[in-house]
Design a protein around this ligand. Structure first.
Ligand SMILES: Cc1ncc(COP(=O)(O)O)c(C=O)c1O
Length: 367
């Protein structure tokens, strides 16, 4: 029934999935009943192409409150999650022969989504904007187009890191480069506030932002969004399947609007931040005596460096025999040719005690 496969005896730090007890089962039920009471049959018919106004109005106001600026509901298009948002953008922006640049390392499951649109993927370290600009120039010199650059600049998957402010500003100033900013983890912030989005820095110019309610509410909702220019939103809203089927995932979007406007989202998010902060601290605390670890200020992941000369791929079967699993670093490199000494550990799925035990097993595996 579900994607997650439990493996007996293994504390699995490889999944970027929420802890089941933190899913808002009862609260979502209340929101569903409230949405049906408030909107009646309108909650159950075909939806407005760009997404129902109760959701886009609430979301635009929320994004403006987090980052400043004026709410722009007309810049939003509701999708079936961030993965769907990226698939839609790739299908719209990629023309035959185009190259798409992807950050390195980055969210590995984005590679296939972009490749499905028949783009040629090439990697570049997005933290080095001069290298990005040089790569863009080199690709243009081959007579080819760069359709866009994909990156997760805030509380990244897999590193937990956020791009430096200077690099953010320099990236959005690269002439003619469209940036697709995957902002999935912005709201899962545990200290201070998240850095400004590239979207915000660029005033919406040349940057398209994608977001998701998968991590902040529930993955099963299949609900996310794209912010782009009104022109891009119109192109998305004019797609054949939207014309035929109406706004994406309409009933869930209407329920999400109720979940947001009723205050349930804020209450839930505060609970999530406390819980995931404690989970992060349990894993970082248990591993720190053995290896130096950057404590990410948000998101779900630790990016651990192994002792010199050790291979993460070779460690995996040893670790699984000890009863712990993770994703080896090369998975997050386009050609699997980097990150050999890195492990991605997700602290989202397990409670603090299990995370401490998982760390103890990993330390035994590391010898
Ligand atoms: C960076 C990033 N983008 C997108 C997704 C998938 O988002 P969704 O479930 O909304 O499709 C994930 C989930 O792991 C992610 O880490």
């Amino acid at each position: 029934m579900i994607q997650f496969e439990a493996r007996p005896g293994i504390l699995d730090l490889s999944w970027g999935h929420p802890r089941p007890e933190l899913l808002p089962t009862a609260e979502w039920g209340v929101a569903q009943a409230g949405a049906l009471r408030a909107s009646g049959w309108r909650a159950l018919t075909y939806g407005y192409a760009a997404g129902p106004h109760p959701l886009t109005d609430w979301l635009a106001a929320r994004l403006a409150r987090i980052e400043g600026g004026t709410p722009q509901p007309e810049s939003l298009f509701v999708t079936a999650g961030a993965s769907h948002a990226l698939a839609l953008l790739a299908s719209l922006l990629v023309e035959p022969g185009d190259v798409v640049l992807v950050d390195e390392p980055t969210y590995h499951l984005a590679f296939q989504i972009i490749a499905d649109a028949r783009a040629e993927l090439r990697s570049v370290p997005a933290g080095d904007p001069a290298a990005v600009a040089a790569k863009v120039r080199a690709i243009r010199a081959e007579g080819r187009r760069v359709a866009f650059l994909y990156l997760v600049p805030t509380f990244a998957n897999p590193t937990g890191r956020s791009l430096e402010p200077a690099a953010r500003r320099a990236l959005v100033e690269i002439e003619g480069l469209t940036v697709v900013e995957d902002d999935t983890y912005r709201e899962l912030v545990y200290e201070g506030s998240a850095p400004p989005s590239l979207w915000h820095l660029a005033g919406g110019r040349n940057v398209i932002r994608i977001g998701s309610f998968a991590k902040t509410v529930a993955p099963g909702l299949r609900l996310g969004w794209i912010s782009g220019t009104p022109g891009l939103v119109n192109r998305l809203a004019s797609l054949g399947y939207v014309h035929s089927g109406g706004g994406v995932n309409h009933t869930t979007a209407v329920t999400m609007a109720e979940f947001g406007t009723s205050g349930a989202y804020d209450t839930h998010l505060a609970r999530l931040r406390d819980a995931y902060r404690a989970q992060r601290d349990a894993l970082v605390g248990a591993l720190s005596p053995y290896t130096s670890i950057m404590r990410p200020a948000g998101g779900w992941f630790l990016w651990v460096t192994m002792p010199p000369g050790r291979s993460a791929v070779d460690l995996l079967p040893v670790a699984e025999r000890q009863g712990v699993s993770f994703v080896p670093g090369p998975s997050f490199h386009l050609r699997g040719d980097g990150g050999h000494d890195r492990l991605r550990l997700s602290f989202s799925l397990l409670p603090p005690d299990d995370l401490a035990e998982a760390a103890a097993r990993l330390i035994v595996a590391l010898g």
